[in-house]
Design a protein around this ligand. Structure first.
Ligand SMILES: Nc1ncnc2c1ncn2[C@@H]1O[C@H](COP(=O)(O)OP(=O)(O)OP(=O)(O)O)[C@@H](O)[C@H]1O
Length: 262
C-alpha cells in the first residue's frame, strides 16, 4: 500500500466545554490508508477528538479537514463504530447493514451485492437473516463494522469498539479488523485504552496527554505486516508497548490519585 496523499489534516484544534479546556492545539496529519490509534489516560479528550472529526461535535477553534474540506458536520464519508453496538433490534443483520445505502438512496442491486460481500468479509454471511439478539457480542461488532463500511466511507472512526468483548474474542476481532483494513485500504482512527491493541493494529499511535488534552508524542510502529498475533510476544513489540506506557504512566497515576481524593 502506498501512503500517497493526506486524508485528514488537523490544525491547532481546541475544544472547551464551558470553562473546561478539553483539547488544546492538536495538530496532526493522517495519510490515506493509514491505521492510527489514539491512546491516553481517561478524560484526555480521545472521544471528543473523534467526535469532532466525525462532525458530531464542533471545535472551539482550529479545524479538521477531510480531503482538504473543513469538517463542519456528520457525513457519509465517515463511518463510526462505537463501543456498544447500535444495531436496530427489529431489523435483521442484513437490514442493519443496509441502513446507510438506504438513507443515501443508493440501495440498488450493486449495493446489495456489495453488502453480501461485506458480510462475507466480516464472517457473517451465514447470519444475514438473523436478528441482532441472536448474535454474540463479537458478531454484533462485526455487523457494526460491516454497517460502517457499507457506505464506503473515506474514514473509519472507531471508539473502543472491542472493549466490551472478552479477551479471546477481542484478539480475534483485532486480526479480523486488520484483514478487513488490508482488503479495503481504508483510513482508520481507532481509540483504545489497550496499549498492546494500539501497537498491534497501527502504523502510528497518537499518545494523548491530559489537562488539557494534547498530543504528547506520535509513535511510529515499524513492525512488518501482515502481523500474526504471535508478534505480540516479540521483544520489538514489548519495546513499543513499554515506550507508550511510560509516556502515559504519570498522567494515569495523577488520574487515579484524583479519583481517590475526590
Ligand atoms: N458534552 C460534554 N459536556 C461537558 N463536558 C464534556 C462533554 N463531553 C466530554 N466532556 C468532558 O471532556 C473531557 C474529555 O472527555 P472524553 O470523553 O473526550 O475523554 P476520553 O479521553 O475519551 O476519556 P475515556 O478514556 O475515559 O473515554 C472529560 O473531562 C469529559 O467530562
Amino acid at each position: 500500500m502506498t501512503l500517497s496523499d493526506r486524508k485528514l489534516a488537523v490544525s491547532e484544534l481546541t475544544k472547551s466545554f464551558g470553562g473546561l479546556n478539553v483539547l488544546s492545539g492538536i495538530t496532526a496529519d493522517v495519510m490515506n490508508g493509514e491505521f492510527i490509534s489514539i491512546v491516553g489516560p481517561s478524560g484526555c479528550g480521545k472521544t471528543t477528538f473523534l467526535r469532532i472529526v466525525g462532525g458530531l461535535e464542533t471545535a472551539s477553534s482550529g479545524a479538521a479537514r477531510l480531503d482538504g474540506k473543513v469538517i463542519s458536520g456528520p457525513g457519509m464519508d465517515r463511518g463510526f463504530v462505537f463501543q456498544q453496538d447500535s444495531l436496530l433490534p427489529w431489523r435483521t443483520v442484513e437490514e442493519n447493514v443496509q441502513i446507510g445505502p438506504e438513507l443515501n438512496g443508493t440501495l440498488d442491486d450493486a449495493a446489495r451485492q456489495r453488502i453480501a460481500e461485506l458480510l462475507k468479509l466480516v464472517g457473517l454471511d451465514g447470519f444475514a437473516g438473523f436478528p441482532p439478539r441472536n448474535l454474540s457480542g463479537g458478531m454484533r461488532q462485526r455487523a457494526n463494522l460491516a454497517r460502517a463500511l457499507a457506505v464506503d466511507p473515506e474514514l473509519l472512526l472507531m471508539d473502543e469498539p472491542f472493549s466490551a468483548l472478552d479477551a479471546q474474542t477481542r484478539e480475534i476481532m483485532q486480526t479480523e479488523l486488520l484483514r478487513v483494513w488490508e482488503a479495503g485500504a481504508k483510513t482508520v482512527l481507532f481509540v483504545t485504552h489497550q496499549i498492546d491493541e494500539a501497537v498491534y493494529l497501527s502504523d502510528r499511535v497518537f499518545v494523548f496527554a491530559r489537562r488539557p488534552g494534547r498530543i504528547n508524542k506520535i509513535v511510529d510502529v515499524d513492525l512488518p505486516r501482515p502481523r500474526p498475533l504471535s508478534i505480540k510476544r516479540t521483544p520489538e513489540f514489548a519495546r513499543y508497548v513499554d515506550e507508550i506506557w511510560k509516556l502515559i504512566e504519570e498522567d494515569v497515576r495523577v488520574s487515579v490519585l484524583q479519583e481517590h481524593v475526590g
